[in-house]
Design a protein around this ligand. Structure first.
Ligand code: 5GP
Ligand code: ZN
Length: 112
């Protein structure tokens, strides 16, 4: 089972900030911004390339918006980011939307 499936099934812990029957949002373990949350599908979907469910796609984005509101970064602005596959820099093969904010994020950066 992949690492994010294990988080979705509560087999390994994460700092959860939002949950419903379809998606889960939790803090990134290596944040690259003051606020760095990942929104995942509970069902294993590898990446945007494999995403076909329009409702689920919409839910990921709207939960990203909700997390930004709940964590008080929505007014100043934030970044929603999907990395897709090798050239996109995706390291975990379970779809996740990065919610990044709390500072100006002009350039995409990554923690080493
Ligand atoms: P990617 O590079 O695939 O877009 O992003 C994967 C993200 O998952 C990285 O920002 C990384 O820090 C985060 N991550 C990887 N493993 C874990 C984990 O076990 N727990 C949490 N909370 N985040 C993780
Ligand atoms: Zn998975």
């Amino acid at each position: 089972m992949c690492i994010f499936c294990q988080i979705a099934k509560k087999k390994i812990p994460a700092e959860i900030v939002y949950e419903d029957e379809k998606v889960l949002a939790f803090k990134d373990i290596h944040p690259i911004a003051p606020v760095h949350v990942l929104v995942i599908t509970k069902e294993h979907v590898e990446s945007v390339n494999e995403l076909v469910d329009e409702q689920l796609a919409g839910r990921l984005i709207l939960v990203g918006k909700r997390v930004a509101q709940d964590l008080a970064i929505s007014e100043k602005g934030y970044k929603l980011l999907f990395r897709v596959g090798a050239d996109g820099g995706q390291e975990v093969s379970h779809i996740h939307l990065h919610v990044l904010g709390g500072a100006k994020l002009y350039e995409e950066i990554r923690a080493e």
